[in-house]
Design a protein around this ligand. Structure first.
Ligand code: PRX
Length: 651
């Protein structure tokens, strides 16, 4: 199956790697038949399977039924159960030896280190939860968090969860306008930020960006500011009555704060992600199902142990950080490493130095990072002792077999299983993945579905096929419960392609062993260096510039980033495609979305290829940008446009 030329079947990959014996011998699941038995049970008897798992966690009140499907696709999990995820991540561990172990080992980019034991973290979270209450935050209120990767970010989400406030973390690379849109969409009453955060030797002026973002957001009553950048060179303007220093609040707060008993289906957080329209979607995750699912996936996919040091290099601003830096590992009582800065600061060995220094055992990163490491050369990892590593993981985009093999040999020394985990913001947790002690891996394949995940490859009609669209045919506990304020869009986006089946928006292949090979997005979402970007968001930003009449943005393959963005902009009468205009448009995207969304190339043209009914033909633009022979142009209103555009692109 091909759609717009995006999906291309990869080269047949024949290499297979059996799980390493040492790993297998102590893994929770040691053989495929055990996996199959549990998988079958999870699908045929979700009630007992998930009930058993949920029973490993603390509930103030047990659920009545595990799954209620009556109001599909608004599924409900652990119906009428009462729990609290902050309680399960913290308090649950305080009566055991876990109380004194490191929950978070943190290193700042400039090199400072902080270690918070479970006891320390619980105390800080309770204090900050009280601070939030003292600022009037109540259960159900929305709190935006715009912080660098510092422990206070984990504290903030856990403090919100503790009192039932709904957190909406905004990645600290987003612009003021993006923050404003997100804050307004769900009417946040409070924003948590920092004076600054370190990135590549520079301080990002986060508080300044927040000030700009919320200048006209009446809903925001309070701003909490963490002092991170020590004042210089970013003196931080404090608005009396609205802004509060985090450290002052903590000084004054009591460390007594009971966790709010939350209904399983009460919202835990919103996380905005890009879709096919210009407006990001506020993905809703609720309490009970998300908690059980992140707990279980962390336990089995990483085969996590009390003595492990788990390092997930994602930012908590994305779902990966929510699920596998904060909630999943802490619910398991594990130790996480959290690092603030860039992988190449002060030099390109920083990640490997961190692994050696903290004895990291489980390392979870993105293919785009792996490709950058490859390019930087083996001499960087070779300088460090990586023998503590026992498992490697990847997430965020398809991994090319070459990068997989490099990861396997140069970092894993052919000893560490690699888990290539497919999932999404919407799925809450890992969906398709090898289980490291029992599933043989193939470079580039996410292999088999996790427990409870009825994954399939379907064609347009919903029939099973070997190359088509990825589909999930049954509900699972970590699933999104909706899009904030837009139930129709939720049904339309995810549940309308086939009746009763979840459509993730990815293309996939399934091979004769039943292994899944994820091929990438089939909609107008582009995955640039692991960042999910909606082309429609860029297009609507471009046309705000007075010189731009129309715009079409597409994704093309990129060696390092996986995909890159190319923007075609047709200009208004009299406007010229100068270097200045190019710079202005790049600035516009940085301002409207964030620097990370700036396209690789912007091509100016007098017109764009359109069908007779006026639809821009992105498929043809992709042909031009990838240097392919031009596809069928007979439906174009004016076929000569293509020749002119092609010549221009090549120029
Ligand atoms: O296209 C798939 C890709 O990332 C998309 C989800 O992006 P996001 O919601 O930002 O979440 C990323 C982290 C979970 C998916 O629709 N994707 C994610 N993991 C993989 C992947 N593509 C291939 N292989 C993966 N392992």
């Amino acid at each position: 199956m091909k759609k717009d030329g995006l999906l291309e079947t990869r080269l047949e990959e024949t290499r297979v790697f059996a799980p390493n014996d040492a790993f297998r011998s102590r893994a929770r699941i040691k053989n495929l038949s055990e996996y199959r038995r549990m998988y079958e049970e999870s699908l045929s008897n979700p009630e007992s399977f998930w009930g058993k798992i949920a029973g490993e966690l603390h509930w103030f009140k047990k659920w009545d039924t595990v799954l209620d499907e009556t109001n599909a696709p608004f599924f409900q999990w652990f119906v009428n159960g009462k729990t609290n995820i902050s309680y399960n991540c913290l308090d649950r561990h305080l009566d055991s030896a876990t109380r004194n172990k490191a929950a978070i080992i943190w290193e700042g980019e400039p090199g400072e280190r902080r270690v918070l034991t479970y006891w320390d973290l619980a105390r800080e979270v309770r204090k900050f939860a009280n601070s939030l209450k003292s600022l009037g935050v109540k259960k159900g209120d929305r709190v935006a968090i715009y912080l660098p990767m510092i422990p206070e970010l984990a504290v903030s989400v856990l403090a919100c969860a503790r009192i039932g406030a709904i957190h909406s973390v905004i990645f600290a690379g987003f612009s003021a306008e993006s923050i404003r849109d997100r804050v307004l969409d769900c009417s946040c009453s409070l924003v948590i930020t920092a004076d600054g955060g370190w990135r590549r030797g520079n301080v990002l002026p986060l508080k300044k960006i927040v000030d700009e973002a919320i200048s006209d957001c009446d809903c925001v009553k309070n701003v909490v500011v963490v002092k991170r950048a020590s004042g210089d060179p970013f003196p931080c303007r404090v608005k009396e009555g609205r802004d509060h220093w985090y450290h002052r609040l903590i000084e004054e707060a009591s460390s007594d704060c009971d966790a709010e008993p939350m209904d399983s289906e009460e919202t835990l957080f919103l996380l905005y992600t890009s879709g096919t329209t210009g407006k990001p979607k506020g993905i809703i995750h609720t309490t009970g199902g998300y908690m059980v699912y992140t707990y279980l996936t962390t336990k089995y996919v990483f085969d996590i142990r009390p003595e492990d040091v788990f390092w997930c290099t994602a930012d908590i601003g994305w779902i990966t950080g929510h699920s596998y830096i904060v909630y999943g590992p802490l619910a398991n009582g594990a130790t996480v490493l959290m690092y603030e800065g860039a992988p190449d600061t002060p030099d390109k060995g920083r990640f490997w130095e961190l692994i050696e220094k903290y004895g990291v055992t489980l390392f979870y990163t993105a293919p785009t990072a792996i490709r950058a490491f490859m390019k930087w050369g083996d001499r960087w990892p070779e300088k460090y002792d990586l023998s503590s590593l026992r498992l490697l993981g990847t997430v965020g985009e398809p991994i090319n077999p070459e990068a997989w093999m490099w990861y396997h040999t140069t970092i894993g020394k052919e000893r560490c299983p690699i888990v290539d985990t497919w999932w999404q913001t919407e799925t809450g947790g890992i969906m398709i993945t090898p289980l490291p002690g029992c599933v043989p891996t193939k470079p580039g394949s996410a292999t088999l579905p996790f427990f409870g995940i009825d994954a399939a490859v379907l064609d347009d009609e919903g029939k099973e096929t070997t190359a088509g669209f990825l589909a999930i045919r049954k509900p699972w506990p970590g699933m999104l419960r909706g899009i904030y304020g837009d139930a129709e869009r939720f049904k339309e986006t995810y549940w309308s392609k086939w009746p009763g089946v979840y459509f993730p928006g990815d293309g996939a292949r399934k091979d004769s062993d039943g292994y899944f090979w994820i091929l990438g997005r089939v909609d107008d979402v582009v995955n640039v260096a692991g960042h999910r970007i909606g082309t429609a968001e860029l297009e609507s930003a471009f046309v705000e510039h007075p010189a731009v009449a129309e715009s079409a943005v597409i994704g093309i393959p990129h060696d390092l980033k996986g995909q890159a963005l190319v923007a075609f902009c047709s200009l208004r009468e009299g406007a010229e495609g100068t270097e200045d205009l190019l710079a202005e448009l790049n600035d516009l995207i940085a301002k409207k979305i964030g620097k990370f969304a700036r396209p690789e190339k912007i091509i100016f043209s007098s017109e764009l290829p359109k069908t007779r009914s006026g639809k821009i033909m992105r498929r043809l633009l992709r042909d031009i940008a990838t240097g392919r022979a031009l596809g069928n142009v007979t439906t174009l209103a004016d076929a000569s446009v293509m020749e002119r555009l092609k010549a221009q692109y090549e120029e």
